[in-house]
Each structure stands twice: as structure tokens, then as C-alpha cells.
Design a protein around this ligand. Structure first.
Ligand SMILES: [Zn+2]
Ligand SMILES: [Zn+2]
Length: 419
């Protein structure tokens, strides 16, 4: 059978092509659900390589599958979308999603050229997923209103469409901002829920008869204190973050505020904490309102679920990284306050997302630049390829999804209830 080194040599053959392609995708920065040119570039390559694919999935997404029908099914997932520039002059790939697209295509091409899957019982699907950044709500909510998508994120829609049904594991990679290490493995990503609480009281003249009013701002202020006390009830490793703001105070110095709007994200490192914290925040909001004879209407908008990584796959990830760096150059289990819709996938299917360095400048900023082409395009792709190889070659390295159907039903009813 073909060796891992043989597989890596296919990347070497394409080296120049890969780096050129990476730059091409980096220049093609499109916002979520608008990745039309990116999608076209991917399709052109797939057609050229003779790979079957589905297009226009969740508007601009693509799924390409190679290997054995009904085999052990590995998903390699890559984001496609970019962000608006801070200076308002267009868009930029300031989260490095173009690198993910490039890596996925490199892995696909090497598997194809080597024909390694023909000797196995496996298939590998490449998911090019739109709209990962949680932004641009007006546009996305418009698409939802028109029935073009159901949710704001690409992967959430692809899950609902059944695209991940039958997938046994999910492999992904994301650029990180580290300078002292080459890779990270086992990182957390926080889950979050956006909450909006509208406190409703009764307006009155603040000089003549304040006592007949019911001050909505007082209710929100009381709740702000309660919410900050709540943080003490969670251990630090739970990653709970609550940062309420008063989006609307309501009223003037002359009028007792009739309506005040408090908004907050609830962020946490695991689902249990996220749900527990949401419940406690709701209790806090409603009881503070009640204490002052106010009404409080809470609406939730689900963000992303926390990323829960598969330890078993991550031990394979780490072994593959060690081919390209020393142990000290791998950061293990970092805690991140960032979020991603790969978290939603990890609720359903054993999932990993490893990190690779090679970025200068800041993420989500116009200063973002790809500075280490070797690590971003070549090493990271070889790591991903090595993980796939280890799983297709050795059955003991495989993990299986359990209770997918039940979990998917639970997941969809949760996000539909909170969207
Ligand atoms: Zn981002
Ligand atoms: Zn990102």
C-alpha cells in the first residue's frame, strides 16, 4: 500500500500550484452567502479533476466526494467566507478561511492522484461551507425571510439539509495568531447565545408624580447587578462570559422610563454551562422585573455551540504535527473565547479542529497577512492528509458517531426554538 510519505510527495509535486491557488483564494474575499466567485473557482478545479460534486448547497456551499460508496465516511470541512474591511473599502480574508479552502483542495488532489482510497473501504467528502462569520444579519435575515436559507450560518443550514447525515467524523483546521508555536491541538471554542430583554414599566412625569410611574431602567439596572453576581456561581474553566449592555435606556430626565432594553451574549465552553447560564440569566431578568412591578420580555438568538473535540482523533492529529515540528512547537488544549459553527457539528459528530500558525497582523482586522506560506499551505495540508491516511489505513484509529439521529433532532429543535 502507498505510504504516508508517498502521499506527502504528491503535495510537493503541486507545491507551486498550491501557493498560487492560496493567493488566488486569499484575493477572492467574499462575505457569507455571497461566495459566488470562490464557489466558481472551486467548481472549475473539481470539473478539471473529474470529481463529482454538489453545488449551491445552502446557497453557495459545495460538497465533493471521492472514495468508496457506503464506506467509512470522513468529512474534511473548510470555511469559505471573508469579512468587511475595517476601513470600509471592501472585503478581506481576515480570518484566513481562504487557507482552509486551499488546504482542503490540496488534500483532495493528493488523495485523488495517489488513488489511495481505492485500496480502502473509505470515502472522504470535502465540505466547502459558506457563512461561518456571525455577521451581516440584515442580509442573512433577508435570505431567511425569502426562504433561501433557514439559519444564519452555513453549517447550521447544511446540518438541517441533511448534508452531514452518514458522516462518521469531521476534520477541520483554522489559522491561529500564535507566533511561538507552529500548531495547536484540542483548543476550545466558546458557545454563545444572544439575549435581548425588554423591560416594560409605566411612564410618568418625573417631577410631578414619579411615584405613579414604574421605572423600566431601574429593573434593567437591578438585573445588571444580578447578572454580574451570577458570574461568581461558575468555575473559571467553564468559560462563562456575560457582558450586558443597555441598548436602549428609554425616557428622559423629565420622564420615568417606560421601556429599557438590555442585551447580552452568554458565552461558555460547554453546552451544559451555556444552558445553565441562560436559565439563570432568564431568572435574574424576570425576577428583577417582578420585584419592581415591571414586565420583562426575553428573546433569544442562538449563536454557535461550544466546540467539543474528539480526544481520540486529536492524538492522531498531534502525531502528524510532530512530523513537522518539535513537541514545544505544539500548543495543547488552549482555551479560546472565539466561536465557530464547527461547534455545532461537534455536538453531533466526533470532530477536531486543529490550529496552524503563520499569520502576521491581527485577526478580523485589515492588518491580517499570511506570512508563513510553508506552514499555512504545505505543512497544515500534510498534517490533514496524514490524519486522513491514518484513519483510512487503520480501523483502530476510527471513531464513530453515536445517536446521530436523536442528537440532530434535539439540536434542530433547540436552534429552531431560539432563532
Ligand atoms: Zn473569524
Ligand atoms: Zn474563522
Amino acid at each position: 500500500m502507498i505510504t504516508k510519505e508517498d502521499l506527502h510527495s504528491y503535495v510537493e509535486i503541486e507545491r507551486k500550484e498550491i501557493i498560487k491557488r492560496g493567493d488566488d483564494f486569499f484575493q477572492c474575499a467574499e462575505l457569507g452567502f455571497c461566495e459566488v466567485q470562490t464557489s466558481k473557482k472551486i467548481i472549475d478545479l473539481l470539473v478539471d479533476w473529474g470529481v463529482p460534486y454538489q453545488k449551491d448547497v445552502a446557497l453557495t456551499g459545495i460538497i465533493a466526494t471521492i472514495g468508496q460508496e457506503n464506506g467509512y465516511h470522513i468529512a474534511v470541512v473548510a470555511d469559505m467566507d471573508a469579512l468587511p474591511k475595517k476601513d470600509g473599502s471592501g472585503t478581506i480574508h481576515s480570518c484566513g478561511h481562504s487557507i482552509q479552502t486551499t488546504i482542503a483542495l490540496t488534500v483532495l488532489k493528493a488523495l485523488l492522484d495517489s488513488n489511495v482510497l481505492a485500496q480502502t473501504d473509505c470515502k472522504v467528502s470535502f465540505f466547502f461551507t459558506p457563512a461561518e462569520e456571525f455577521i451581516d444579519f440584515e442580509y442573512r435575515d433577508g435570505l431567511i425571510a425569502q426562504g433561501k436559507v433557514e439559519f444564519r450560518s452555513g453549517k447550521q443550514n447544511m446540518i438541517a439539509l441533511g448534508c452531514f447525515d452518514g458522516v462518521d467524523c469531521v476534520l477541520s483546521a483554522h489559522a491561529n495568531g500564535e507566533v511561538d508555536t507552529k500548531f495547536d491541538v484540542g483548543s476550545t471554542l466558546a458557545g454563545f447565545m444572544a439575549k435581548k430583554a425588554v423591560f416594560v414599566g409605566r411612564a410618568a412625569h418625573s417631577g410631578v408624580a414619579p411615584h405613579i410611574g414604574r421605572n423600566a431602567l431601574h429593573g434593567a439596572t437591578l438585573a445588571m447587578s444580578g447578572i454580574s453576581f451570577l458570574k461568581d456561581q461558575f468555575a473559571p474553566d467553564k468559560g462563562l462570559r456575560l457582558n450586558p449592555v443597555l441598548a436602549e435606556c428609554g425616557g428622559s430626565v423629565n420622564v420615568i422610563p417606560q421601556q429599557t432594553v438590555l442585551e447580552t451574549y452568554v458565552r461558555a465552553n460547554d453546552n451544559e454551562t451555556l444552558l445553565e447560564a441562560c436559565e439563570k440569566v432568564d431568572l435574574c431578568l424576570t425576577h428583577c422585573a417582578k420585584a419592581l412591578e415591571l414586565d420583562c420580555v426575553i428573546t433569544n438568538t442562538v449563536g454557535y455551540l461550544p466546540l467539543r473535540q474528539s480526544n481520540k482523533i486529536n492524538s492522531i492529529v498531534k502525531e502528524n504535527m510532530l512530523q513537522f515540528c518539535s513537541p514545544e512547537e505544539i500548543m495543547e488544549n488552549p482555551v479560546s473565547g472565539a466561536s465557530g459553527d464547527v461547534g455545532d457539528l461537534s455536538f453531533l459528530i466526533p470532530t477536531v479542529q486543529f490550529g496552524f500558525s503563520g499569520i502576521s497582523g491581527r485577526f478580523h482586522d485589515d492588518s491580517f497577512q499570511i506570512s508563513d506560506l510553508e506552514n499555512c499551505y504545505i505543512n497544515a495540508a500534510k498534517v490533514m492528509l496524514g490524519i486522513v491516511y491514518d484513519m483510512v489505513k487503520e480501523k483502530n484509529n476510527r471513531v464513530l458517531t453515536s445517536n446521530y439521529k436523536e442528537k440532530k433532532e434535539e439540536y434542530l429543535s433547540f436552534i429552531r426554538k431560539n432563532s
